[in-house]
Design a binder for this molecule. Structure first.
Ligand SMILES: C[S@@+](CC[C@H](N)C(=O)[O-])C[C@H]1O[C@@H](n2cnc3c(N)ncnc32)[C@H](O)[C@@H]1O
Length: 215
């Protein structure tokens, strides 16, 4: 069983509920895992190439720090998260956005069933194993418009050797989670019939820009 309140869930919503009130303090400290946080968000926006009026879906929006950058550019936002307190923080920053409480590991909710010009996400997919990441991407890619872009910024390393170096340098601050390894992820994602470009942004974060193979 997966989803909200499943037994033995390594990443239950309750962990994030407790973090919602102080999350914006955490990201303000330039240390693992948030080295270069603001730069990562800015690179996601640049890679998504949004236009005013575009529909943007932000997966795992948290307190809305990524969504607000798109809203400022005149985009219409749909924001998901499985933590109600996180969504409440985001709602205060983005009163005009659409918010849906949803666990990405569960089936897609009817209220989000529409096409999107951009699908974006920051610091969320490392909670999922690679096969689950691919399953979620496979479900969501058909929801992009024909020229749409899917951009993920997250804790990511070019390969296992790079991850190991940062793990050693990080010491006790390191958490064992499902961080992206770009070499294995790119080939797995491209099996979905898309092109993937990876850019390392900080020592522990990178951007995956995913577009249809015919772009
Ligand atoms: C590290 S925070 C990132 C928040 C925000 N995207 C940002 O960049 O600041 C991870 C967010 O993902 C959400 N999340 C984690 N697992 C999720 C899941 N299975 N389904 C939906 N949201 C999830 C958490 O509730 C949290 O808000």
């Amino acid at each position: 069983m997966v989803g909200m309140n499943a037994p033995n869930d390594p990443f239950p919503a309750s962990e994030f509920d407790d973090w919602a009130g102080t999350y914006d303090n955490s990201i303000a400290i330039d240390q693992f895992p948030f080295y270069g946080y603001l730069k990562v968000l800015a690179k996601i926006v640049a890679a998504a190439k949004p236009h005013p009026g575009n529909s943007v879906l932000d997966l795992g929006t948290g307190t809305g720090n990524l969504a607000i950058l798109f809203a400022t550019l005149g985009c219409e936002l749909w924001c998901t998260d499985f933590s109600a307190p996180m969504l409440e923080q985001a709602r205060q920053k983005l009163p005009a956005a659409h918010f849906v409480l949803h666990d990405l590991r569960c089936s897609w909710p009817a209220e989000l069933d529409r096409p999107y010009d951009c699908i974006v996400s920051a610091y969320v997919f490392h909670h999922f194993k690679l096969d689950e990441k691919i399953r979620i991407l496979g479900d969501l890619l058909p929801r992009l418009t024909s020229s749409g872009r899917f951009v993920i910024g997250d804790i990511a390393f070019p390969d296992a050797a790079a991850r190991e170096k940062v793990k050693i340098a990080t010491g006790s601050e390191w958490d064992e989670e499902f961080y992206w390894l770009a070499d294995e992820a790119i080939s797995a994602v491209e099996k979905l019939g898309v092109k993937v470009e990876f850019t390392q942004v900080s020592i522990c974060a990178g951007i995956f820009c995913i577009v249809g193979a015919t772009h």
